[in-house]
Design a binder for this molecule. Structure first.
Ligand code: FES
Length: 150
């Protein structure tokens, strides 16, 4: 992690910052420059401190995203389970977007992550705050249809 100010060396302050960032993300949908500024003001930190912390964690979104953020695991267990790359390619092809992109209707954003702590039930994917495990193409189809209201 980049160099931090003195205030961020305090574990309680860091913990408070992570909580504040989580709440800001819930309010704004992502951590916009305005959300970073307001969080910094409230915690008496610099925007640079807040930004460097936020951008370090994959759970924080620095860009606008769709209503459902699909985070497909590309970690080793998921890869060995034969799911990771093929699952990303499958969803990418199905939704006609690449990782990092959002569908034109603003419904889905596709992302890849390195481990969802669900290695024993791989392949895994998180949709917003919900974890989906032992995925197959059929399960993905049903899930995406359900989320899209089909
Ligand atoms: S490697 Fe995919 S959940 Fe751990």
């Amino acid at each position: 992690m980049p160099e931090q100010s003195d205030r961020l060396r305090d574990p309680a302050q860091r913990s408070m910052l992570l909580t504040a960032l989580y709440i800001a993300q819930e309010q704004y949908g992502y951590l916009s420059p305005e959300a970073i500024e307001r969080t910094a003001e409230r915690l008496k930190l610099t925007p640079k401190d807040v930004y460097s912390t936020a951008s370090f964690y994959t759970m924080f979104r620095m860009q606008p995203v769709g209503r459902y953020v699909l985070q497909v695991c590309e970690g080793l267990s998921c890869y060995l389970a034969g799911g990771a790359e093929r699952l990303v390619d499958y969803i990418s092809s199905k939704l006609n977007i690449r990782p990092g992109e959002t569908t034109a209707d603003g419904l889905f954003t596709l992302q890849t992550v390195q481990c969802l702590a669900s290695c024993g039930t791989s392949p895994a994917m998180r949709v917003n705050d919900e974890l989906y495990e032992d995925l197959t193409y059929d399960k993905v189809d049903r899930l995406l249809d359900q989320l899209a209201g089909r």
